[in-house]
Design a binder for this molecule. Structure first.
Ligand code: BGC
Length: 766
């Protein structure tokens, strides 16, 4: 309902006359041809300094406060601004350009709108766990709506870095380990955020990141280097960027890492040959924060001037948050080390996206007249709570449910214990944009609302998120990341145990602080911190049924927790409405249907552990363990929870696979179907997953690869036939000569409700 109101608001705002409209030229047609002609004319009028100015992207913050950049803006020395998020601030800057600069080239305004702007949705890893295209689309639309309503034109999102590295803190910002799922989620987000056109009043342009392969940093250590075969790159890591660009993303943010020795920011093969020539990208490339300076530390540039020369010549259009382009490009162009053509190309790309954002038609298009600015930027009425709650419920994954511990009975006494049970900041997750912490609903609040007048709810914090003072200092470095209780750990534990003893069931909210799953937050150990493990052990010792509610931004190692828990629910960092959404799931108002977008290992030593691995020459067979096989001898080699896994309060069965034919003709298609039955007593949704395998090919191929999924809703007892159309494109892979080919022969089709338990059939491709 709220969304409908928002849409009609959008329509009425779109009809408002644009501010300062009298000073604008006649509207320019939104076609590529008109744009190219316009930009060519404009380029001819620009001085060297004005061109270089367009390449500068300034982050407003303590080092560059808005007062300090006023003069530069007026002189046309700035192309875009980020980290400014209110209409009055943005309008003031645009006024400086439009009223005082020579050519009046509008600024564009950007921000990290990663999982919401004012309403915060689950972190992207949680969004991926919904396996729900419609839900992700809704998140994209609402995020764009709220961002555009704040005056923004661009977002640094989506992040589509495939990652098999749970040690890497930024897996929280991506869509997990799988190429196909990440491609679907990334392209859906792009389409939703850009809408029909990024120029529309309530759309923003996306900037897909981080190009490329950032998710494959060695050892999961932040900013580390990447070394990868071309086959793996093309097969597994590049497709999500390509899919997001095919969906129309106007921007690309370039990664900080090097690839096979060459920093992405200095890689003309990546930024020119692949991105522009092969993929036909016409938008803008933007450096990540300070990346041009970092070329010196990478050891590929001798000094700042050298770094600027290399970056610009490699195809880096816009420089984020450093002054290097402004300082050194004038000299480099004058000396001929950078050609005017190279500078023009970069400037053209910036002007192109400004044109595509509609800024040359109306520099105030996302601002409107100041008379209609929101009175209170943080007003409740600007939030989309209902949608946030709905999407958050869909993102949750039920990992364990012994003897139907869940859903909880809403009667008797429930003890809610844990350092994450009442944390308003953590539930929002990292990169929570302009979301206001005080507006989030904690699990305690959600459960209080759900139990009011029904059950008795007891609460105790029980432990600090961590008692490790070094980790506390790290988390508190730039913001108040964790609060340390004034009581001793033992006092907190005693209080928790005493409350637990009074209860019929314990709900323990444990996991990570949001700052542990963030940029620059790599971990060597992905356990729940010891303070919370101790708490869980003490709660378990009470003998009461134990429900573990996890809040975290990466796969964790949960062997002990899995043994202790009667039920376990993965809730990620679930956003503004997280507490209500978790309560909905715990009490059964919503039947969980999420599925893991990343494998959960048993031990950090197993990493990388991912479902679509190669067979090896000595594959390990769990049912017939032998010594000289590819395995670790000191651990159960399977994941704790496989990719695609997630339970429900009901049960489902999947029939054997039926194929429409025994063989697929060259470039033909074939249908694979199963019948899924809800064999339990409750209505519920699940995700039917299609995997393919090429058992004999010219290079070794993964044991299975996801190629399709469908989310279905079934009433108790109901059955549905689910069909997937398989075409020759889905059989293709990058061979040793880097040709994308489908080789004739046998193919295995696997369909199931996770990547481990599947039904299979096979066909011949001729
Ligand atoms: C991150 C980017 C982000 C940028 C701007 C960088 O540190 O790597 O993902 O978009 O900052 O906030």
């Amino acid at each position: 309902m709220k969304w409908i109101c928002s849409v009609s608001l959008a329509v009425s705002l779109a009809m408002q006359p644009a501010f300062a409209v009298q000073s604008l030229p006649a509207p320019h047609a939104m076609t590529e041809q008109a744009r190219d002609a316009f930009v060519s004319q404009l380029l001819k009028k620009m001085t060297l300094d004005e061109k270089i100015g367009q390449l500068r992207l300034i982050s407003v913050g303590p080092d560059t406060p808005k007062e300090a950049i006023r003069d530069m803006i007026q002189k046309g020395q700035v192309g875009a601004i980020f980290n400014t998020v209110t209409r009055p601030d943005i309008r003031a800057m645009q006024d400086q350009v439009m009223q005082l600069s020579r050519l009046k080239i509008p600024l564009f305004f950007a921000y990290d709108v990663v999982h919401g702007q004012r309403t915060i949705f689950p972190i992207p890893l949680g969004l991926a766990a919904s396996w729900d295209r419609d839900a992700v689309s809704e998140v994209g639309r609402i995020s764009a709506y709220e961002a555009a309503d704040d005056g923004l034109n661009m977002t640094w999102a989506p992040m589509v870095d495939v990652s098999r590295e749970p040690r890497w803190g930024r897996v929280s910002e991506g869509f997990g380990e799988d190429t196909y799922l990440t491609s679907v989620m990334g392209s859906t987000m792009v389409k939703a955020m850009q809408g029909k056109s990024p120029a529309d009043r309530y759309s923003v342009m996306t900037s897909v990141k981080h190009f490329a392969l950032y998710g494959a940093v060695e050892g999961g250590r932040e900013y580390n280097s990447v070394d990868m075969s071309p086959q793996r790159m093309f097969q597994d890591y590049l497709p999500p960027y390509k899919a997001s660009l095919d969906a129309g993303s106007g921007g690309v943010m370039v990664a900080l890492n090097s690839i096979n020795g060459v920093p992405a920011s200095a890689d003309s093969w990546l930024l020119k040959d692949l991105l522009r020539k092969q993929w036909g990208f016409k938008g803008i490339t933007i450096s990540d924060h300070g990346a041009i300076k970092e070329l010196i530390d990478h050891g590929v540039a001798s000094d700042p001037q050298d770094a600027v020369r290399i970056a610009l010549k490699s195809g880096m259009d816009m420089s984020m948050s450093d002054e290097y382009y402004s300082k050194y490009l004038p000299g480099l162009v004058k000396s001929g080390a950078v050609t005017m053509q190279e500078l023009d190309d970069a400037t053209r790309h910036v002007l192109n996206v400004k044109y595509d954002m509609g800024l040359f038609n109306d520099p105030y298009s996302h601002l409107g007249p100041k008379e209609i600015d929101p009175q209170d930027t943080n007003a409740e009425s600007r939030l989309h709570r209902e949608q946030a709650r709905d999407v958050a419920r869909k993102s949750m994954v039920l990992l364990k449910n012994r003897l139907e511990t869940l859903p909880l009975k809403n009667s008797g006494t429930i003890a809610l214990i844990g350092p994450l049970a009442d944390s308003k900041r953590d539930i929002m997750g990292s990169w929570s944009a302009a979301g206001v912490t005080e507006q989030s609903v904690t699990l305690l609040q959600g459960m209080q609302a759900a139990t009011a007048g029904k059950a008795t709810l007891l609460y105790a914090k029980g432990a600090n998120i961590t008692d490790n003072s070094k980790v506390q200092d790290f988390l508190n470095l730039y913001e108040k990341g964790v609060t340390v209780d004034s009581r001793t750990p033992q006092q907190m534990l005693d209080e928790a145990v005493e409350k637990a003893r009074q209860a019929d069931v314990i709900v323990a909210a444990v996991g990570e602080a949001q700052g542990m799953a963030h940029e620059a937050s790599s971990r060597t150990n992905i356990d729940i911190p010891p303070s919370q493990q101790k708490l869980l052990a003490a709660l378990k010792a009470t003998g009461k049924p134990l429900v573990i509610v996890l809040m975290n931004g990466r796969p964790l190692t949960l062997v002990k927790e899995d043994q202790m828990a009667d039920a376990m629910l993965e809730t990620w960092f679930s956003g503004t409405e997280g507490g209500n959404a978790i309560a909905d799931v715990l009490f059964g108002a919503y039947n969980p249907s999420g599925k893991l977008p990343m494998t959960f290992p048993r031990s950090v030593g197993q990493i990388p552990l991912y479902y679509n691995h190669l067979s090896t020459g000595r594959p390990y067979d769990f049912t017939n363990p032998q010594k000289y096989k590819s395995r670790y001898f000191d651990i159960n080699n399977s994941p704790l929870y496989p990719f695609g896994y997630g339970l429900s309060y009901t049960t489902f069965t999947v029939s054997p696979v039926t194929l429409s034919a025994p063989a697929m003709a060259h470039n033909g298609t074939i249908n694979a179907s199963v019948t899924v039955t809800n064999s339990g007593k409750r209505d519920g949704a699940t995700v039917v997953q299609l995997y393919l395998n090429d058992p004999v090919a010219s290079i070794s191929r993964p044991v299975k690869e996801l190629h399709g999924f469908q989310r279905i809703m079934l009433k108790a007892g109901e059955s549905q036939t689910v069909s997937f159309k398989i075409d020759a494109d889905m059989l293709k892979f990058w061979n040793q000569q880097l040709q994308h080919v489908a080789e004739p022969g046998k193919f295995n089709v696997m369909i199931g409700l996770d990547s481990a338990r599947i039904q299979s059939a096979s066909f011949d491709y001729r």
